[in-house]
Design a protein around this ligand. Structure first.
Ligand SMILES: *Cc1c(COP(=O)(O)O)cnc(C)c1O
Length: 507
């Protein structure tokens, strides 16, 4: 998209052109005039310029730094937009970690984009709360449509589409998606075995699974000793072995426990490990276990036909989640959850107080998303995903993903050519896991050295990496996926890493 054009368009759309409704808005007691005159265009342009020029310039502030710069209490009288923007520039921006920077390689990306934030702005400006269909029919219906679109792009089985018993919903985070799936599964099994059996319910996952699963167990009342964490190691590139699951399930059944939930991974947070979904799903099915698949980061890649294989077996899953707010140009928050049995969610999460009753809901003619999530209120998040899909189109999005994967492949190559380094586990998507190799098999010293390398690289202010541990090894993670990242950024980053490493190795 042509940014200059977009900026000019936004400048043309002066508040005066919105005269009628604006006059009404201005007559409200809320003093917002100055916001319309100065704020609107300026904010949009600042963000557009920011998103197109952001550099890493890591925030290295001390804890409490902002406290010393801002007053102790809110102002009694309105200030000007200029005053606020001046503070944003001098006090807020210097305290940011620039996630959209082309040399931000830490954690997983959290993409923003012009399409995404325009959608977000529309949503914020419209200010609707679409918890029931009747509270804004377009919000519910657009969400259903957009999630069907994406399910089709991912080639998810038909049962996840909204036309039957299934469907998709936007959650705030993968953590909420997993919790909601687990609560649906929990109540479904308790209806079968009786509600006193809560203490017997068992959850399974590999030890590579995101901590969101542990949190979901804590909230859903699953006893800590009933969260079975199965070991995954380098022999399977950190994928869960189906035999281990089978063994654990059989043992628990013998002991009178009730296996009820399995979380499989496509793209773990540590190292992008992919569990064998079909084999795991088969075990889940034959034991009446709800099978959830967490593809928070890697799900985005599966819209490309050549990467779709990584969710092969998803047809055996009961639920599936992917974060559009990671690697899909849709700004936080926008976490997508699909289920085959929407009634599992609504049976567990629906409420029907008198003050929310309406004809459409009573007649069961509509979806009320309040019954598919934890909170009641919900934002119009489908708008931004819809804008991303429409303003970029599927082909652009696929090529966007492919480009990052190619950059990661190139980096993997560079790492493996340097005798000081090793790629710790094979790269699958756009994350490269690597470390300085141990000298004289001294793993402890090697871990310290890699920790020091991480600190040195991040202190350089030129790029930002994060780390993990795999089988006790401290590993550096370079996750490529910011919208502005190009080949030169990755090459320069690698040079910085090599330089810092050779300095450390000389010590
Ligand atoms: C990022 C991530 C999560 C957590 O995502 P939130 O949306 O921040 O809750 C869960 N699982 C995996 C595999 C992830 O990569």
């Amino acid at each position: 998209m042509d940014i200059e054009w977009l900026i000019s368009l936004l400048i043309i759309t002066k508040p005066s052109k919105l005269s009628l409704s604006l006059a009404k808005f201005r007559s409200l007691s809320f003093p917002c005039e100055h916001l319309f005159d100065v704020g609107f265009n300026v904010f949009v342009i600042i963000l557009l310029v920011y998103l197109n020029n952001v550099d890493i310039d890591l925030s290295l502030r001390q804890p409490g730094y902002l406290h010393n710069l801002l007053p102790d209490s809110a102002p009694d009288h309105p200030e000007t937009v200029e005053q606020v923007l001046d503070d944003v520039k001098t006090k807020i921006l210097p305290g940011l970690t620039h996630w959209q920077s082309p040399t931000f390689f830490a954690y997983y990306p959290s993409n923003s984009s012009v399409a995404g934030f325009l959608g977000e702005m529309l949503s914020a400006g419209l200010g609707i709360v679409g918890f029931s269909w009747v509270t804004s029919p377009a919000a519910t219906e657009l969400e259903m449509i957009v999630l069907d679109w994406l399910a089709k792009l991912l080639n998810l089985p038909e049962q996840f589409l909204s036309k039957g018993n299934g469907g998709g919903v936007i959650q705030g985070s993968a953590s909420e998606a997993i919790l909601v799936a687990m609560i649906g599964a929990r109540d479904k099994v308790l209806r079968r075995v009786g509600k006193n059996a809560l203490g017997k319910l068992v959850v399974y996952s590999s030890d590579q699974t995101h901590s969101a699963l542990r949190k979901a167990c804590q909230i859903a009342g699953i006893h800590p000793e009933n969260c079975k964490v199965l070991k995954a190691d380098s022999s399977t590139n950190y994928a869960l072995r189906p035999e281990l699951l089978q063994e654990a399930v059989s043992k628990d059944l013998e002991a009178g426990s009730i296996p009820f939930f399995l979380c499989g991974n496509v793209g773990t947070t540590s190292s992008t490990a992919v569990d064998p979904l079909a084999a795991l799903g088969k075990i889940a099915k034959s034991n009446e276990i709800w099978f959830h698949v967490d593809a928070a980061y890697a799900g985005s890649a599966c819209i490309c036909p050549e990467y779709r294989q990584y969710i092969d077996g998803v047809e055996t899953a009961d639920s599936f989640n992917m974060n559009a707010h990671k690697w899909f140009l849709t700004n936080f928050d926008c976490s997508l959850l699909w289920v085959k049995d929407q009634y599992a969610l609504t049976e567990a999460l629906s409420t029907n107080p008198e003050y929310l009753k309406n004809k459409a809901s009573q007649a069961n003619l509509v979806v009320d998303y309040k019954d598919w999530q934890i909170p009641l209120g919900r934002r119009f998040r489908s708008l931004k995903l819809w804008m991303v899909l429409r303003l970029y189109g599927a082909e652009t999005l696929k090529n966007y993903i492919r480009n990052h994967i190619k950059l990661a492949k190139d980096l993997e190559q560079l790492v493996s050519q340097d005798p000081n380094f090793e790629v710790v586990t094979p790269r699958i998507f756009s994350l490269v896991c690597f470390r300085i190799v141990p000298v004289d098999n001294d793993e402890k010293k090697c871990n310290d050295r890699n920790r020091n390398l991480l600190d040195a690289v991040n202190s350089s202010g030129k790029l930002f990496l994060s780390h993990t541990a795999l089988s006790g090894k401290i590993v550096l993670r370079c996750a490529i996926g910011a919208p502005l990242t190009e080949e030169k950024h990755v090459k320069e980053a690698w040079k910085v890493i090599q330089e810092e490493a050779s300095y450390l190795l000389r010590k």
